[in-house]
Design a protein around this ligand. Structure first.
Ligand code: PXL
Length: 266
């Protein structure tokens, strides 16, 4: 049995965070384990405001020991990391256990809010996790931050510039997700492995809900790496998985919808 670990927050609504990661691991036939970093509750009496309740770093360390010392894993990913302390712990853990299949989803922003949520954690990710990542999956905002670009990324050319800088900082494979944020009919992903820029395009899916799409995509890459797939094959599978989940996405309530994680089987 191949095993994957996610270090992520709980999205109580079930669409993103460790819930998305576990569903994705399960769908792809990989045994999932979690080190929980925070609990996010959505408030239906306050317009679905996301309330974040962090878990103490010492408790996260205990969970990492359970998984890594007690069991072992074939690949890992990170999601919502709320403090610089936690990022430092994760960097030290990657080194201590010599983890190789490391997928860093640099969750820094939440939908609708285009500012970095916890600046100290984001700075620590830039300093400590970029260079330890086999794969990183930033969105446009996160990529601009990680690449020290002064303005928002609005073109594929700027995506390439950002990917090159993030690669120079040590991340071996950068997957920059524009999602539906660039103009035009296509959702674009740019992959850079230090040699070649590969632009991947899929038609935007009208009326889909993409809450949790970033978590799900990076979890699918992680599951595929855990199974020993090469990076290019892992990306291909993750793309098929996420686009099926988006096509099957459904409305949860007036604020949000969710992906259909089992759609790829249909
Ligand atoms: O999609 C980003 C994200 C990651 N992790 C958790 C979340 C969210 C967004 O809501 O709740 C736990």
């Amino acid at each position: 049995m191949y095993k994957a670990m996610t270090i992520a927050g709980s999205d109580t609504s079930g669409g993103a965070g460790m819930e998305a990661d576990l569903k994705t691991f399960q769908e792809l036939g990989v045994y999932g384990m979690t080190a929980l970093t925070c609990i996010v509750a959505q408030n239906p009496n306050a317009d679905w405001a996301h309330e974040i309740y962090p878990i103490e770093t010492a408790v996260i360390e205990k969970q990492l020991i359970t998984i890594l010392q007690g069991i072992g894993c074939d690949a890992m990913k990170t999601g919502m990391l709320g403090s610089a302390d936690l990022v430092e712990l994760i960097a030290a853990t990657i080194d201590k256990y010599e983890l190789k299949n490391v997928v860093i989803d640099p969750v820094m922003v939440c939908k609708g809010i285009d500012t970095i949520m916890v600046p100290e954690a984001a700075a620590a990710i830039k300093e400590l996790l970029v260079k330890r990542a086999l794969v990183m999956t930033p969105n446009l905002l996160e990529a601009a931050y990680l690449a020290d670009m002064p303005a928002a990324i609005t073109t594929v050319e700027e995506m390439k510039q950002a990917a090159a800088v993030i690669h120079d900082k040590g991340c071996q494979n950068v997957i920059l997700k524009a999602g539906d944020r660039l103009p035009g009919n296509d959702a674009v992903e740019l992959v850079y492995d230090g040699k070649t820029f590969t632009e991947k395009r899929h038609p935007k899916i009208p009326n889909s809900y993409n809450h949790g799409a970033g978590c799900t995509f990076s979890a699918a890459v992680t599951a595929c790496l855990a199974k020993g797939m090469a990076i290019t094959d892992a990306l291909e599978t993750a793309e098929n998985f996420i686009y099926a989940a988006l096509r099957g996405s459904f409305r949860m309530n007036q604020w949000s919808g969710a992906l259909k994680h089992c759609a790829w089987r249909e």
